[in-house]
Write a protein that binds this ligand. Structure first.
Ligand code: IPM
Ligand code: MG
Length: 357
């Protein structure tokens, strides 16, 4: 029987509540599919700052590296908002992405059938269906480039950040996107700003070169501003979108809202090989923390992604996604409640998904 070691980074705000529900569902799934899971917990984000003075203690990196994969809740909150950039909870998140080599961020934007009609996009445009996979480069670009403060030539204080991509970085993320497209609808849209940025021109050239190894995949290119517009104008034209760290950050928030609720979307951050970190794409929602009303489904669906991409348990992953779909027909947390469904708490939602399993 397989046994998996998972490190839990519960984090801040609603992080601990939603991770607890995801663990409940993972344990139930393990029982059903005949594997076992061992958990270890580590600190990252605001809770780590409070306990150790640092957002990402070395011990956390070591524990993550010693596990098969990592499940993260969310980090950050107003308590730590006034700290300098390098000491904020978010620095822990960027730090762990870098330290674990998590260069490929998969952000699926899908609409579960019971939530059709909840998209803010008109029905005739969205057609009740959406299945976009955003592949975001996660350890390069302007997030990790040199930055600093200086004096501007006009004499006033100034600040700068740098966007830099190597061919190797673009090539490996492009391969992730093309491999993904081969398992889906064989279409990749590469998003850049090649009409202005030199780094985008290298990005585009490299993606075109990689595409030669995938003759079955249709490749097209969009400038990021046009892509932002196309996502709203005709979201169903997309299959896989591949883009840089910062463009992916922005476009994935847009795509999540098109899908109806940010409380529903999961993500995977993958290293070379099968190691990955899994987290909901929403934040720590400090305003509702501790009230038991958070929606744990994005974290539960992140566990499904973990089973699919890191633990090689595709049937277990399907089972969780089907159980979520079933549960949504009757039970909803307040953020997605509709007139004909029953309101449940965060922990009742976890119970209902377990029951549906
Ligand atoms: C995300 C978040 C992070 C990012 C923040 C919290 C640093 O917005 O995962 O999309 O910008 O990558
Ligand atoms: Mg973001």
């Amino acid at each position: 029987m397989s046994n998996y070691k998972i490190t839990l980074l519960k984090g801040d705000g609603i992080g601990p509540e939603i991770v607890d529900e995801a663990v409940k569902v993972l344990n139930k799934t393990a029982e059903k599919f005949n594997f076992t899971v061992e958990y270890d917990e580590a600190l990252m984000g605001g809770c780590a700052i409070d306990a150790t003075g640092m957002p990402l203690p070395q011990e956390t990196i070591d524990k993550c590296k010693a596990s098969d994969s990592v499940l993260l809740g969310a980090v950050g909150g107003p308590k730590w908002d006034n700290l300098p950039g390098s000491q904020r909870p978010e620095a822990g998140l960027l730090g762990i992405r870098g330290a674990l080599g998590l260069f490929a961020n998969l952000r699926p934007s899908v609409i579960f059938e019971p939530l059709q009609g909840d998209s803010p996009i008109k029905d005739e445009i969205i057609g009740g269906k959406l299945d976009i996979m955003i592949v975001r480069e996660l350890t390069g670009g302007i997030y990790f480039g040199k930055r600093g403060r200086c004096d501007h030539e006009n004499g006033t204080p100034a600040a700068w950040d740098t966007e830099m991509y190597s061919e190797l970085e673009v090539e490996r993320i492009a391969r992730v996107a093309f491999d993904m497209a081969m398992k889906r609808n064989k279409k990749v849209t590469s998003v850049d700003k090649a009409n202005v940025l030199e780094s985008s021109r290298l990005w585009r050239e490299t993606v075109i070169r990689v595409s030669k190894d995938y003759p079955e995949v249709e490749l097209n290119h969009l400038y990021v501003d046009n892509c932002a517009m196309q996502l709203v104008r005709n979201p169903r034209q997309f299959d896989v979108i591949v883009t840089s760290n910062i463009f992916g950050d922005i476009l994935s928030d847009e795509a999540s809202m098109i899908a109806g609720s940010i409380g529903m979307l999961a993500s995977a951050s993958l290293a070379e090989g099968s190691f990955g970190l899994y987290e909901p794409i929403h934040g720590s929602a400090p305003d509702i923390a501790g009230q038991g009303i958070a929606n744990p489904l994005a974290t539960i669906l992140s566990v499904a992604m973990m089973l699919r991409y890191s633990l090689n348990q595709p049937e277990a992953a399907d089972a969780i996604e089907n159980a979520v779909n079933e549960t949504l027909k009757t039970y909803r947390t307040p953020d997605i409640l509709s007139a004909d469904t029953k309101k449940v708490s965060c922990s009742e939602m976890g119970d209902m998904v377990c029951a549906a399993l």
